[in-house]
Design a protein around this ligand. Sequence first.
Ligand code: FAD
Length: 403
Amino acid sequence: MRTESTRCVVVGGGPAGMMAGLLLARQGVEVTVLEKHADFLRDFRGDTVHPSTLELIAELGWIEEFLGLPHSRMHEVTVSIGGRAVTFADFTRLRVRCPYIAFMPQWDVLDFLAGKAAAHPSFRLLRSTEATDLIMEDGRVAGVRAVTADGPLDVRAGLVIGADGRHSTLRGRAGLEPTAGSPPMDVLWFHLPRREGDRVPFFQGGKGALVAIDRGEFWQLAYTIPPGAFAELRQAGLPAFRERVAGLAPALRDRVERIDDWDLVHQLSVRVDRLRRWHRPGLLCIGDAAHAMSPAGGVGINLAVQDAVATANLLGPVLLRAGLPGEADLAAVQARRERATKVTQAFQLGILRDLYPKGAADDTAQHVPPIFTAFRALPPLRHVMGRFIGLGIRPEHIAPLTR
Ligand SMILES: Cc1cc2nc3c(=O)[nH]c(=O)nc-3n(C[C@H](O)[C@H](O)[C@H](O)COP(=O)(O)OP(=O)(O)OC[C@H]3O[C@@H](n4cnc5c(N)ncnc54)[C@H](O)[C@@H]3O)c2cc1C
């Protein structure tokens, strides 16, 4: 058993963990991030970098370099149902440097953050290192137990940050209970080739809902279904599924035959929940570990990043003074971020849910959702929604360095 000590250990190298590790190291705090995978190359990760996150990258002085990475931009979100379209969110009036969503593969975003963090001598990223348990001492979390390719490792720290996502091991080990949330949808994730001139709406509702993300050479497609409806869909067979996809995106009809095996269609279960208490002595959960987000609105990554910024702003100075953050310090992070989380989840489960079919046979083109009609009747609503989706509630800013 090897043992290491650091000031702060972050479990999980997703958007929340990498941003928290980077910002703490930037302040001079000794920090180690543990990531169970060897790389960031996982296809199911969301790709939406919202204006709020772009603004933070601009505040850090890296925006030109960041936007030099391959990406596409979306200035407004259009929803199509039954052949009629409505602009649901418009980002163009936001007073930020980048008033648009940048679609960038998440592994590129995480590699970028890891590269910036590596420039700080107090930062360490341990890949292929999976936290399995907490180290407890005198009723306080004093570090984590992990497994690595070279055997077990104990990392002792003054603060453990649980950023290990919606299936968080740490929150379970700490006895932190999430509110029971009913799953809002399942997502079927697959690719089809993209050709110049393809006209595929971003969001198309009908029998199921199809979200199409331009990834240059291919379309990343998310077909959303009611929870548990995949078995029924599979029973109906691949030709029926292909017909549904082609019905929602006629431009892809000439290539839906490529979906010739269910193995090409990956089911991702969505989960929405929230911890009542994000912390206990020595441990703070952030991002999906504190509040699992649905993909609706593409806000999850950005909310996770906001948590990370609040954590670094509030706890960095405490850790830097060699103090151990107390319960009040950890509670301050929850207090700062909780309202934004609650409102955003309510929005995902309420307003946005209305756009998705409620049953496998439901067809929103036949029963146009009231929210769709409301946005067609009141076009200025798109700016309100643009602000809410693009910046969220209580957008964070990078605190100036004190040293
Ligand atoms: C199907 C689906 C699609 C989505 N699409 C989008 C989207 O387009 N846009 C968007 O903004 N949000 C999207 N979301 C939500 C988004 O994925 C999350 O809100 C966001 O990723 C949360 O970031 P995080 O850093 O908290 O957690 P995660 O991104 O889940 O990162 C957690 C990290 O911790 C690592 N880890 C886990 N356990 C351990 C352990 N024990 N030890 C070490 N490492 C560990 C994982 O490997 C992972 O790298 C989607 C969600 C789902 C389910």
